[in-house]
Design a protein. Structure first.
Length: 316
């Protein structure tokens, strides 16, 4: 019985039979999610262009979401799909909007069509806070205007519209989760995709000065990857509703506060290097998560202090 939607959906889970497909299962969120799903007794099938990390037992198919033939085979007999595979480099989306659109929008349509034909009722899709652009009011709820500032935000917005349209047209129970700034262990610090927390942690560990772009007064809503995984599990167990849903911590943190907290945990003096603000950087961001609470029973469990504790070690 799913405690939130009061539907007896977990029956097969309890005997460990349900198959969940995770596209992008080798990435940062995907790795955590596959681990979580396997712990919960699901059978995981991963579709990715790179192999999963060691420790993930699930079946792996190396393919792009644009490869309809491979998708079809993978989706047959699955209970639900978590669709994480995407191009996530915002700057790259500006230089090559078509590549971004192909994978993020057309690729999502491929996933939806394949799911529909395979009789998979639920696709939980990773959308992004990027769909909002620069917030005009805070906290940002789901009725906030959408005004993406990049092709990446536009492709995510387009994809989530299809995800929810499939509920209306084909009776699916898809969910579109608008993820805010996700952090946690396992992000590659050298990757341009890595968020500021990974960058700061890496600098602190190497005895370097963390770089702050701008004056550090910009804010973000940092949500721990384990809370994000919980949201996806709830979305596949409860089914989505007709609205996209913010997944965040609902806590606004300035970059300076973040850096001080991390230096404090590491027991090193806070001494950042300030560089000019990044072009197009949004000034403030914090989410309203009432809808996620209501529809998914989602409530983030990991405070920033606790989450950072798992990432920043004390320097010797
Ligand atoms: C994040 C997402 C992006 C999404 C956007 C939507 C990540 C990695 N990126 O971008 O995919 O489109 O939200 O709103 O989660 N900063 C520093 N020093 C650093 C690195 C970053 O000061 O070394 C600053 C940035 O200028 C920014 C803030 O930290 O003000 C957060 O940056 P970042 O973690 O890269 O994420 P977003 O830009 O918010």
């Amino acid at each position: 019985m799913c405690v939130v939607c009061h539907i007896a959906l977990r029956k097969a889970v309890l005997i460990g039979d349900d198959v969940i497909v995770v596209t992008g299962g080798s990435g940062f969120i995907g790795t955590h999610l596959c681990q979580r799903l396997e712990e919960d007794g699901y059978k995981v099938r991963i579709l990715d262009i790179v192999p999963p990390q060691s420790g993930i037992r699930g079946e792996f198919v190396r393919a792009s979401v644009l490869d309809a033939g491979r998708l079809q085979k993978l989706f047959n007999g699955a209970e639900a799909v978590v669709h994480l595979a995407a191009l996530i480099d915002v700057a790259a989306s500006v230089s090559d909007p078509y590549a971004d659109f192909s994978v993020n929008a057309a690729g999502t349509l491929n996933v939806l069509e394949t799911a529909r034909r395979a009789g998979v009722k639920r696709v939980a899709f990773a959308s992004s806070a990027a769909v909002y652009g620069e917030p005009v009011r805070l906290p940002v709820d789901e009725e906030h205007p959408t005004a993406p500032l990049s092709p990446y935000g536009a492709s995510k917005l387009s994809a989530e519209r299809y995800v929810l349209l499939y509920n209306r047209l084909y009776g699916m129970e898809n969910a579109a989760l608008r993820l805010f700034n996700v952090y946690g262990s396992g992000q590659n610090p050298l990757s341009p995709y890595s968020g500021v927390i990974t960058k700061f942690a890496n600098a602190i560990r190497d005895g370097k000065r963390p770089i702050i772009y701008g004056d550090g007064s910009q804010t973000r809503d940092f949500v721990h990857v384990d809370d994000v995984c919980e949201a996806f599990v709830r979305a596949i167990e409860c089914g989505g509703k007709d609205m996209p849903c913010n997944i965040a911590s609902a806590t606004e943190t300035t970059l300076l506060e973040l850096m001080e907290e991390m230096c404090n945990i590491a027991d090193v003096p806070a001494d950042p290097e300030f560089l000019p603000a990044r072009e197009g950087d949004i000034k403030r961001s914090v989410a309203d998560i009432a809808l996620a609470k209501k529809t998914l029973g989602f409530s983030p469990k990991i405070s920033l202090a606790r989450g950072l504790g798992g990432i920043v070690g004390k320097r010797k």
